[in-house]
Write a protein that binds this ligand. Structure first.
Ligand SMILES: [Zn+2]
Length: 351
């Protein structure tokens, strides 16, 4: 290949001559002479820049082809030991550096969580984050799962080999209900003042799942706890309906059917009319017109007692709702695994 620009032609001859002597053929692509040519571009008169730049790129492509043909490809891709400290003589510009913070953006789940929190703040709730490691008492004991209760097996999550003072392994929580006992104890003073306990608990939860487009080992839940005098199931349904209508920005129908959780009595499975097809049937609702969204119920008297609240005097409701699921539906995202995938092309759509 011949080059019009005399300077580029000269560099080309020089580098091709050097190439034969190199043991590490890829070094030719890092030649200072080649970098010097690139550095010249900004100094050139505007009308010369394009053709000069194209010729350098052509030269670089020619050198790359020579490297490829020399069968040096494997060495070119030799792994970098990221744990090794860099050479202290490395020029500052070539040292590892952090990306500037303005190239990052909020994760879509966190943006949506802010929207959710805002709705509940307006409904008089406060918020507390859950924990990512917890103990047997908060996962089971405080929630009316006696030792050896078969319902414990429904929560297949991850446990540490380390144990607490009672010999129980620590648990990566399978639900945010682990926080119910703490929240009830923390705000018990509200009840004495004649105010309700109204708390939303967002948090990361973990399940030992077979992964597919709808199941992920790590996801977010929104736990809701509301306790006061004369609280009944109608208030539970109205609270969830109001929240979902605000979140999806439209009127919805809801329905419940009986379910079983040890920590609520009665327990319900809560479904909403599909916000995307108005019950006509679409792929989001699997053509049923309804979406079974969450589990909820009236807090079991034993759970209130565990927190020192008299169930003869106060009643309350609780629910656990998957945040990921709400967001998947809102944006028509086809696979829950995108959220934890760190795929930039997915995340950039929400930046
Ligand atoms: Zn639908």
């Amino acid at each position: 290949m011949s080059y019009q620009n005399p300077k580029i032609a000269e560099t080309a001859d020089l580098l091709k001559g050097r190439f034969a002597e190199l043991t590490q053929k890829t070094d030719i692509l890092k030649a200072v002479e080649l970098r010097a040519l690139y550095a010249e571009i900004p100094q050139l008169p505007a009308e010369e820049r394009a053709s000069f730049g194209q010729e350098i790129n052509a030269l670089r492509a020619e050198l790359q082809q020579m490297v490829d043909e020399a069968g040096d490809v494997e060495e070119a891709l030799s792994p970098i030991d990221v744990t090794a400290p860099f050479d202290v003589n490395t020029p500052a510009a070539e040292r590892p550096h952090l990306l500037p913070s303005e190239t990052g953006s909020k994760h879509p789940l966190m943006t949506e969580l802010e929207t959710v929190l805002d709705i509940f703040y307006r409904m008089g709730f406060n918020a507390i984050e859950s924990r990512e490691i917890d103990d047997d008492f908060h996962m089971f004991g405080a929630l009316n799962f006696p030792e050896g209760h078969p319902a414990r097996d429904d929560y297949d999550t991850f446990m540490t080999t380390q144990t607490d003072a009672n010999g129980h392994q620590f648990i990566a929580p399978a639900h945010t209900s682990t926080m119910q006992n703490r929240v009830l104890k923390k705000y018990i003073g509200n009840l004495e003042k004649g105010e309700p306990i109204a708390c939303l608990i967002p948090g990361r939860v973990f399940r030992n799942e077979d992964l597919d487009a709808r199941h992920e080992h790590t996801f977010y839940q929104l736990e809701g706890v509301y306790v006061g005098k004369g609280v009944h199931a109608g208030m539970l349904i109205a609270t969830l309906k109001t929240f979902l209508q605000e979140y999806y920005g439209k009127e919805l129908e809801v329905k419940t059917q009986p379910f079983y959780f040890p920590f609520t009595e009665p327990s319900f499975e809560f479904a909403l009319s599909c916000p995307f097809c108005d019950k006509k049937g679409c792929n989001v609702c699997s053509y049923s017109g309804w979406i079974e969204l969450l589990g909820c119920g009236m807090i079991h008297p034993n759970v209130l007692r565990q927190a020192g609240i008299n169930p003869e005097e106060y009643t309350g409701f609780a629910w656990g709702c998957g945040l990921d699921r709400l967001v998947l539906m809102k944006y028509g995202i086809e696979d829950i695994r995108h959220f934890e995938s760190a795929k930039l092309d997915f995340l950039r759509q929400f930046a």
